[in-house]
Ligand binder design. Structure first.
Ligand SMILES: O=P(O)(O)OC[C@@]1(O)O[C@H](CO)[C@@H](O)[C@@H]1O
Ligand SMILES: [Mg+2]
Ligand SMILES: [Mg+2]
Length: 280
C-alpha cells in the first residue's frame, strides 16, 4: 500500500539537505550573533533564513499543512500542536556550535499527524549525516540501519545532557545536582554535543546509552524522538511517566531500565510548557 506521507518525507530530506548547504556556506561568512532569552541563548540571521527557506518550501508544496518553527515562535507565533499535519522545525539545533564552528549543527524537521510523529529528519550538516525515521519503518543514518546500544548496565554507560541557556544560579545548581548524581552512579562518562537532536541521534546510533534534559523545546526533539524509538529506544518523562513532547522534559534511552535509573537521579522541575498561553 502506498505511503501517503512518503512525498512529504522525501521533501523533508531534500529541504534539510538544501538547508545544510546554506548553513555550511554561512560558516564562511561573519556570523552576526543576536540573543533571545539570555546572553547565551543565541540566534543568527542564518537560523532565520533557514527557517524561512524550509517553511516557504512546505507552504508551496503542502499548503494545507501547519507549521511550528523555533524562530517563528520566538517572534510571537503560537506553538499549538493540533491533529492537523504539522511540520515541527528547528532550523539550526546547535546555534552556539554554529557560531563557534563546533561541528555538531543540525537541521531538525519533525512531522506530526493527530499529534503522532509520522517521520523525523535530523541532518547533522557539518558531519554530513542524514538521520531519518518513518513510523514503523526503522531509523537510518545515510541509509544505514540504526540500533540503540545493548548495554544493560548503567555503570558501563555514557549519558548525554545539556546545560541549557539559563545562567541563573538556582537553575544551574539544579542542573549540576542532577549531573553530579548521575555521574556518581557511577557512569563511564557524561557528554554534551550542544544539540538535543544530535544527542538523541547518538542514542539511536548506540554511541551513548541515554540523553536527558529539562528545558528543551518540541522543535529540538520532535524529529529525533521518532529516530530514537524506531532504533529500538525508549522515551520517558523525567519523572518516569509517558513522554510529552510539549512539556520541555525528556529522557531518551536504549532501554526502559536505564531510562528509569536516570529518572531516579534527576531533580525534576516543570518549565512553562511549549503550548502554555503567552505570559503578558
Ligand atoms: O537554540 P538551539 O541551537 O536550537 O538549541 C540548542 C540546544 O542545545 O539548546 C537546548 C537547551 O539546552 C538544547 O536542548 C538544544 O539542542
Ligand atoms: Mg534547538
Ligand atoms: Mg534552533
Amino acid at each position: 500500500m502506498a505511503d501517503i506521507w512518503q512525498d512529504a518525507m522525501d521533501h523533508a530530506v531534500a529541504i534539510a539537505r538544501r538547508a545544510g548547504d546554506v548553513v555550511r556556506e554561512a560558516l564562511l561568512d561573519d556570523r552576526m550573533v543576536m540573543t533571545k532569552t539570555s546572553s547565551v541563548d543565541l540566534v543568527t540571521q542564518t537560523d532565520q533564513k533557514v527557517e524561512k527557506l524550509i517553511m516557504q518550501s512546505v507552504k508551496d508544496k503542502f499548503p494545507t499543512h501547519r507549521l511550528i518553527g523555533e524562530e517563528s515562535v520566538a517572534a510571537g507565533e503560537a506553538c499549538d500542536l493540533s491533529d492537523a499535519p504539522t511540520w515541527i522545525i528547528d532550523p539550526i539545533d546547535g546555534t552556539t556550535n554554529f557560531v563557534h564552528a563546533f561541528p555538531f549543527v543540525a537541521v531538525s524537521i519533525g512531522f506530526s499527524v493527530n499529534k503522532q510523529i509520522e517521520f523525523g529528519v535530523v541532518y547533522s550538516c557539518l558531519e554530513d549525516k542524514m538521520f531519518t525515521a518513518r513510523r514503523g519503518k526503522g531509523a537510518f543514518c545515510n541509509g544505514n540501519v540504526l540500533q540503540v546500544s545493548d548495554q544493560e548496565d548503567i555503570r558501563q554507560s555514557i549519558i548525554a545532557t545539556e546545560f541549557g541557556s539559563s545562567r541563573e544560579p538556582e537553575a544551574v545548581n539544579n542542573i549540576f545536582s542532577s549531573l553530579r548524581s548521575i555521574l556518581c552512579i557511577p557512569v563511564h562518562g557524561v557528554r554534551t554535543a550542544g544539540s538535543a537532536a544530535i544527542n538523541m541521534c547518538l542514542v539511536a546510533s548506540g554511541c551513548v546509552e541515554a540523553y536527558y534534559e529539562i528545558g528543551i523545546h518540541v522543535w529540538d526533539v520532535a524529529a529525533a524522538s521518532l529516530i530514537v524509538s524506531e532504533a529500538g529506544g525508549v522515551l520517558m518523562d523525567v519523572d518516569g511517566g509517558s513522554v510529552d513532547l510539549m512539556s520541555r522534559r525528556i529522557v531518551a534511552a536504549n532501554s526502559r531500565a536505564i531510562a528509569e535509573r536516570i529518572t531516579e537521579e534527576i531533580r525534576s522541575f516543570s518549565p512553562p510548557r511549549d503550548d502554555a498561553p503567552p505570559q503578558h
